[in-house]
Design a protein around this ligand. Structure first.
Ligand SMILES: [Zn+2]
Length: 423
């Protein structure tokens, strides 16, 4: 069995293997811009990549997981201006909230959590290389990447040129910035406004563009080529398209990333979830009613690349399902004795082996967690209903092993009588 994972650049599923056959796997996921509270869409993205992280480790890879903090960009500075708070203090406050929420969802923290403001020299060095390589130009204190100098611009998103500009403008591009040769040329470095932070540069004091931040931070920890780059689907263009172009343009090493992977967008009651529509489903609010396990169960019941339509009540089903899985764990724990103790490598009943094989086959198929969960549920049924104590103990042990290690469910052994919603 081999894990096959979707890569947006090549446009399909490809067997996963580390670059150059090395042991280490680099995983970089674009992190939050910490200026507001986290919503369920963020949690869907980060839980999705957490499952990938866990599964790669289960397969024996040594994963180095890096997730950045975009602590200086237009959104951060706008919010700091609105609230009158220092942008770094604002960022620290929301980072703490984000980490608390993700801890409640049993997220394995990254090995490195770089902040953009601490990697300005690496960004400047990349920009200087791009200018030297003829891929970027300075104008009026700003530096732009020239997309016409990169014939591959567009290979990641596959967008035709006429669809690029409106989408880029929607996502932070300012088409008429001074000195731009093409409205789609993106900012690598920009002059700071009077009330914005600024750093010295060869082009005058200023601050980095959004895209160059992730190129600099990923390369700082993972090198000029690494295996997996993730983020929400709304980052595919222009953020990741531009990251790929400038990274390969600066270093000459190609491909910058082996697998570009994107989590689907999560909507609420048929609408896009957005601040402007006022319909954000906040993780903190959900945690008042539901356990982290119930929320996580709901999120991993969706395929990570799927468009998800969340409705009130969906979490009740997941709360019931996690309660049942936890009850199965309790029964298995009660039944387990020295002679039937769970041993994954031991002499497992055939039916337990089959469920494990189907679970792993689903995971190998681009992390098909909805299918994998149905195998967990079958194991839980065996643990709860089987009259064969040894079989029930082994099924429950396997459920906990796969559901816990790979899907990240805690499945706490609460007494069965507490029932629904308590797990
Ligand atoms: Zn990024």
């Amino acid at each position: 069995m081999t894990l096959r994972l979707y890569d947006a650049r090549r446009g399909g599923l490809f067997p996963f293997e580390p670059i150059g056959g090395r042991d280490r796997v680099g995983l970089y996921v674009c992190g939050v811009t910490p200026y507001d509270t986290g919503h369920l869409g963020h949690a869907f993205t980060y839980v999705g990549f957490d499952v990938l992280h866990r599964y790669l480790e289960y397969l024996g890879h040594d994963v180095r997981y890096v997730q950045n903090l975009t602590d200086v960009d237009d959104d951060m500075l706008r919010k700091a201006r609105e609230t009158g708070e220092d942008y770094l203090a604002l960022g620290n406050r929301w980072v703490t909230t984000f980490l608390d929420e993700m801890a409640a969802l049993n997220w394995l923290p990254p090995d490195h959590y770089p902040r953009a403001t601490q990697h300005i020299p690496q960004m400047l060095s990349l920009i200087e290389k791009l200018v030297a390589n003829g891929l970027a130009y300075a104008a009026e204190g700003n530096v732009y990447f020239s997309i016409s100098a990169d014939p591959r611009y567009g290979e990641l998103s596959k967008l035709p040129r006429d669809e690029m500009l409106p989408l880029a403008n929607e996502r932070g591009n300012v088409p008429d910035m001074p000195g731009k040769r093409d409205p789609l040329d993106f900012v690598l470095w920009q002059r700071s406004l009077a009330d914005e932070p600024s750093w010295e540069s060869p082009w005058g004091p200023g601050r980095p563009g959004w895209h160059i931040e992730c190129s600099a931070m990923s390369m700082a920890y993972l090198g000029t080529q690494f295996e997996i780059h993730g983020g929400g689907a709304d980052l595919l263009f222009p953020h990741h398209e531009s990251e790929r172009a400038q990274s390969e343009g600066a270093t000459g090493d190609r491909p910058f990333v082996g697998w570009w992977t994107h989590a689907g967008m999560l909507g609420y009651d048929g609408d896009k979830m957005s601040k402007s529509l006022g319909n954000l489903v906040l993780v903190n609010d959900l945690l008042r009613t539901y356990s982290g396990d119930a929320i996580r169960h709901y999120l991993v019941s969706q395929h990570y690349r799927a468009e998800v339509h969340f409705s009130d009540g969906d979490l009740d089903e997941s709360a019931d399902a996690t309660a049942r899985l936890s009850q199965a764990r309790v029964r298995a724990d009660e039944l387990a004795s020295a002679d039937v103790a769970f041993d994954e490598d031991g002499d497992l009943p055939e039916i337990v082996r089959e469920h494990r094989e189907r679970f792993l086959a689903a995971m190998d198929d681009d992390l098909d967690t909805p299918r994998a969960i149905s195998e967990l549920e079958a194991l839980a049924t065996l643990a709860l209903d089987s009259d064969d104590a040894a079989l029930a103990a082994q099924a429950g042990g396997m459920m906990l092993e796969l559901g816990g290690r790979i899907l990240g469910l805690r499945l706490a052994s609460v007494p069965a009588a507490q029932g629904v919603g308590a797990a």
